[in-house]
Design a protein around this ligand. Structure first.
Ligand SMILES: *Cc1c(COP(=O)(O)O)cnc(C)c1O
Length: 365
């Protein structure tokens, strides 16, 4: 098998999703499985659906289209980034729902939905302080009124997204504010909002804590399911797998070298000035894995090894004294950014693995 490759353990993903779906169901919250870090992979989507997610969300129409074609029975597909006006025709055709923050965009969705003879669902995102997206609460009533009157648009609910751009954390206060907005919009317009989507993997601690969840009945979860971590402190979630993904790379040079560069030191290829401590001679290995393949900053090396640096195509490691020969493979854990970049790199093969217990038994035999 060639490297670099991303090994994807579908059983672990499914197990993570099943546990979260169960724990959140006990709190009255459904899970929209977010597939964007998996590049809309139908295999990952199936693992999520088997585990009981209520629908799938992705930020890219390309991924939604891939999902639409690849997973048999029709799940609810939501575009969770506010649509590009240039894509509204594709969006009303393939997404059941889109998350929106701009009235002009919803008007264009309405025209496209009329032309396509479809009803398009809209969730309006409310700004609660993270400043990545959302309608300011004070503008919501006016926009609600307009959206309710747009032909071929079904206003399905409201949502919020926190801890993405600025790190504003979901807490009892802002979540109660979102609930209160849902209640007041329902009262003002005599409508029922079937979706009140409280946020993403940063909402896990809030959702599984003991505060009242109010009207919130949906979370959109990617990282928590795929990597088993909540997204505020990146702590592992009890009982979940944190190693469903591994990035495997191949050694292309190995040997003993000084730890300190020599010559006149200026900027490196990326404009960085690197300070290197002198720790004598070290066992060094170079792997065929670089910034074109992933984000080396989020790689978790095998225990005892340290990443010294990376370029477009090379990862340099201190192996901690372990001699490695060219051709040997090393497995790295990944954080979310590294996963996202590996998934989107054409240089990284994706290997889907299922029934791990059996494969493990075979490998051990
Ligand atoms: C990416 C994204 C999510 C999922 O985020 P995770 O932290 O991976 O759970 C949820 N909502 C929106 C709007 C997103 O863009």
């Amino acid at each position: 098998m060639t490297g670099p490759r991303l090994e994807i353990d579908l059983d672990k993903i499914s197990a993570n999703a099943r546990i979260l779906v169960g724990r959140l169901a006990a709190r009255g919250i459904a899970v929209t499985g977010v597939t964007k870090a998996g590049l809309g992979s139908p295999e990952i989507a199936k693992a999520l659906l088997e585990a009981g997610v209520s629908g799938l969300g992705d930020s890219r129409i390309e991924n939604i289209e891939r999902l639409r074609g690849g997973i048999g029975p029709r799940p609810v597909l939501s575009l969770i980034r506010t649509p590009m006006p240039s894509q509204v025709d594709r969006i009303v055709r393939h997404a059941d729902i889109s998350f929106n923050t701009d009235l002009d965009v919803v008007r264009q969705l309405s025209s496209a939905a009329q032309a396509a003879g479809r009803i398009h669902g809209v969730v309006l995102m409310v700004e609660l302080g993270d400043l990545r997206e959302g309608i300011m609460p004070g503008d919501l009533e006016r926009i609600f009124r307009e959206v309710l009157n747009l032909p071929n648009i079904a206003l399905r609910g409201i949502g919020a997204n926190l801890a993405c751009l600025s790190g504003t954390s979901p807490d009892a206060g802002n979540m109660a504010a979102l609930s209160a907005i849902a209640v007041s919009m329902e009262a003002a317009f005599g409508v029922a909002l079937d979706i009140v989507s409280g946020g993403n993997s940063a909402n896990i601690n809030w959702a599984l804590g003991d505060t009242d969840i109010g009207r919130i009945n949906d979370l959109r979860l990617g990282e928590a399911i795929l990597l088993g971590r909540e997204a505020l402190e990146r702590r592992a979630i009890d009982g979940l797998h944190t190693d469903a993904f591994a990035l495997v790379a191949e050694v292309i040079e190995s040997g003993i070298k000084p730890s300190r560069p020599w010559g006149t030191i200026a900027q490196n290829a990326f404009g960085e000035t690197v300070q290197t401590a002198d720790s004598g001679k070290i066992m060094q290995a170079i792997l065929a894995l670089g910034r074109q393949d992933s984000d080396p900053a989020g790689l978790i090396p095998p225990s005892g090894m340290t990443i010294l640096g990376s370029s477009s195509d090379h990862l340099v490691l201190d192996t901690g004294g372990e001699p490695l020969s060219a051709g040997a493979e090393l497995r790295f854990g990944v954080n979310y950014t590294t996963l996202l970049r590996a998934m989107t790199s054409p240089f990284v093969a994706k290997t889907m693995m299922k029934a791990r217990s059996q494969q493990g038994a075979l490998a051990a035999a």
